[in-house]
Design a protein around this ligand. Structure first.
Ligand code: FAD
Length: 112
């Protein structure tokens, strides 16, 4: 039987969620169709309303209003996500991540 771990707190949830969000952006198409762009943008807006950490979701909704998702390519979407994450980092007193390294961190690094 599986051991029964504790439910995630907001830090653990955040770490896992950033893994998903940055990976999604890194594997987003280079030349997305209109429909793919609409899906990405709608996804982020719905996500910001459903994210199960209420104060995180509130901040994210405000951030998305100021700085709407940029979804015209994988690079744009990845840089946008990196900037959104850096805004959270700044608010939490964490170091800024160098957004020139998003693809290395989330897609291309550590190749065999
Ligand atoms: P994380 O910030 O979780 O980062 C994980 C890894 O991502 C890092 O080790 C690094 O390799 C990489 N990384 C770091 N910055 C970037 C970047 N800019 N671009 C690409 N990769 C990067 N917590 C709160 O207390 N208050 C909040 O309001 C809040 N809002 C959140 C909103 C969202 C949408 C999410 C997903 C999380 C939020 N969190 C919030 C959680 C918080 O961001 C962290 O996930 C949590 O504190 C754990 O931090 P960590 O030090 O493990 O690294």
């Amino acid at each position: 039987a599986y051991p029964m771990p504790c439910p995630p707190d907001s830090r653990q949830l955040g770490r896992h969620t950033w893994t998903f969000l940055h990976t999604m952006a890194a594997y987003y198409p280079d030349s997305p169709t209109e429909s793919e762009q609409k899906n990405a943008s709608t996804f982020m807006k719905s996500f910001s309303k459903l994210y199960p950490c209420s104060y995180c979701a509130d901040h994210l909704q405000k951030e998305i209003k100021k700085n709407p998702p940029k979804v015209s390519s994988s690079k744009e979407f990845s840089l946008w996500m990196c900037n959104v994450h850096n805004e959270v980092n700044e608010r939490l007193g964490k170091p800024q991540f160098d957004c020139a390294k998003v693809f290395e961190r989330w897609r291309d690094g550590c190749a065999e």
